[in-house]
Design a protein. Sequence first.
Length: 869
Amino acid sequence: GSLRIQLPPRPPPHLPVGVNPDLLLHPRPVLIPLAAPRPPQLHLLPQAPPPLPAPHLQATLVRLVRRAPRRRVRLAPGGFAHNARIAVALAPAAAFLLDLGGAPVLAVLAVGLAAAYALDALRLRQGAFFTVWAALLAADVAFFFSASLSSAAAASLPLTVLALLLCAETSFLIGVWASLQFRWIQLENPTIVAALERLLFACVPIAASAVFTWAVVSAVGMANASYYLATFAMVFYWLFSVPRSSSFKNRKQDAPLQDSDGILGPLESCVHALYLLFVPVLFHAASNHTTLFASWANVCDLLLLFFVPFLFLLYASTRGSLWWITRDTRTMDQIRMANGLVALVIVVLCLEVRVVFHAFGRYIHAPPPLNYLLVTVTMLGGALGLAAHAAGKVGDAVSSVAFMGLAVLVSGAGAVVIGFPLVFLPLPMMSGYYVARFFTKKSLSSYFTFVGISSLMVLWFVVHNYWDLNIWVAGMPLKSFTKYIVAAVIMAMAVPGLALLPAKLRFLVELGLIGHALLLCYIENRLFNYAAMYYFGFEDDIIYPSYMVLITTFFGLALLFCYLLSHPLYFFTGTTCIPIVALHFPHAQSAKRVLVLVVATGLLFVIMQPPVKLSWVYRSELIRAAHLSDDDTSIYGFVASKPTWPSWLLIATVVLTLAAATSIIPVKYIVELRALYAVGVGITLGIYISVQYFFQAVVLYPLLVATIVCAAVFIVFTHLPSESSTRVLPWVFSLLVALFPITYLLEGQLRANSFAVEDEAEKFTNMLAIEGARMSLLGLYAAIFMIIALEIKFELALLLHDKATDVTHGVSGGRGSAFPPKARLLQQHGDLMLHQLSPSRDWQLKQLGCLRSATYLRFCASSSALFST
């Protein structure tokens, strides 16, 4: 019989006599005979239930302990969860190092990763793991002997050594990241993967910020390198030093054993904070030691490089980045407020010297002793007010009154600084009062009153400073140009208030954003096409500097992300038919498929820009002048241009592929249509490749088209096999392999005979052309065989999975099927149809295995020949 025990609702406070307390800590199996008497059934009655016998209670406790989750389980089932965060730092760094290393590093990595892929496909996981590390080590060796660093070593040997160490550290971190992707390491060594994860989070911010700064300095110069380093250090501090949950540790179970709630410990967090604060300052001092204290602007640079990251560090502490200092919330808030006040004052004073008086001194109309005081009151008061409101310190009546008074004072001081007439001084003070009232009372009418008064002030500023200038800017008089500027400013101030309107009036936000974007595009287009200020030696005196482009871009992206989280952006989807399909045709698969084709076709038209007849489109004089220029012929001469009509063939290929993938063309069910589709796609893609990349070798066109057709037929019928595909595909693959040497040899032989009587210079030029064409052929065939290898790998994995599923169902079917009779009959009928229409899985496995080996060997040969060439 079976044993069933029901525990009482209220267990006794102490264990009964005969129960061993060690069973709770060290359980051991207890054998209970099946013939044991069944205990009485226990019911929830008002009176106390009878106690359980000691042996049965022991058995129940043992089972409960066995079913409880183990304490030492550390591996999370989802694997490494921070791949996107690591990729933001290491992927661009790896791309920069590859560009710096050149072709040798790229060749070594390509061969090594191809070997690792082959070993992983053969299920040799340890071999693939060590091959990845060997490829990275060989790439480091090739990088050390690259020409770029060898030439730099002559200039500065210590910097070259530091650069090599940084490259080695970055490649090591890439190897650690690759190691975390191996599932068997996660399963067999959970403590090691947790340590590797901690190592990545500890080292990536330091290495990535240095590599990113190196890349930016290589592109734009060394003038503002310390600011670039500080910016990247702040970005990566936010990504990695703010506490994140580990992918390989259960925090609820390991909390008593850990010092923090995140991946990093106190030491790593402290090092990251010190790096953020001091390394940009030290880097600036080392690179500008000769002019470090030459002027107040240089001193302000030092202070800004320390206190701006310090303010960022205090802001990051609101997310727990300074947990290693104290865990008391009140103490941390006091530290944040005291240090933030000092840092904010110093940053504002430095910005006055470095930015306001340096770049906008011409607009300050107050006399010299008073201008410093008024600018300080304006900037420092505004910064303190914004910081207090952002920190949530403006809430009660007293703080609200103080906030309003500060806003009125700041507005009045700012108006006096720019020379606003004292007669109209109450206007800016009223503007400050209403904006403060909006922040404290959330009054929408106060905000629009502020917008109206501020618009009058902006209009006065423009008229007072620019209206009397009789000059032309952006191809128009300055008066006309300032009208667009004033309109853009007013729309920018009005849109945030429109966003607070009720939902029925939300369309006004979209209209405001669209109008503001169109107006800015028009202004930028006029400035770009008609700006004479960029010539005649005024290249440095530009209207919109690069740092303002970066700041406004990131600020706009941040606002867009916040708005996206709060409200769906129907503005972007309203111009297409996606909302129509989503709202009115959610059940119609054909509408979704047609939508995919329409969107893809539009994107292809935008990207490819195929030639269109002039009768189809409107071509103005501006467009014709932009695309047809007589200067090109006079400077560059007559250059043979490539034909543009093959782009239509590529568009047709992509559209046909999407139509087949979305089942608009039923290639899965009709074999003849499948064959016609494969041949058609092969012909269109083959003609496109031939004309676009081998336009001077007309004799190769039939061979190239035949090659692409064979590849398309092989891939399509490997993915969707038919009854006769197993007999035809080996011949198709053999023809594909045979076409490669024929095309390769024919390219050189036929073109070499054409210049047998030419001089040596022409022969050398033609030989270079032949070598370039042969290298293009090698690259084409390498890509074809790589795609075929990936398709065969996918099909092998699918067939092995199906075979394992069939074996499992066969074993379970012998014991008893879980399908109802009707479902079992349908399943048997489907299996019979599948067996009649497709070959056996064993034969497919053998054939695909042979083809896979041949394809991989052919791919390796093509890759080796390509790199050797």
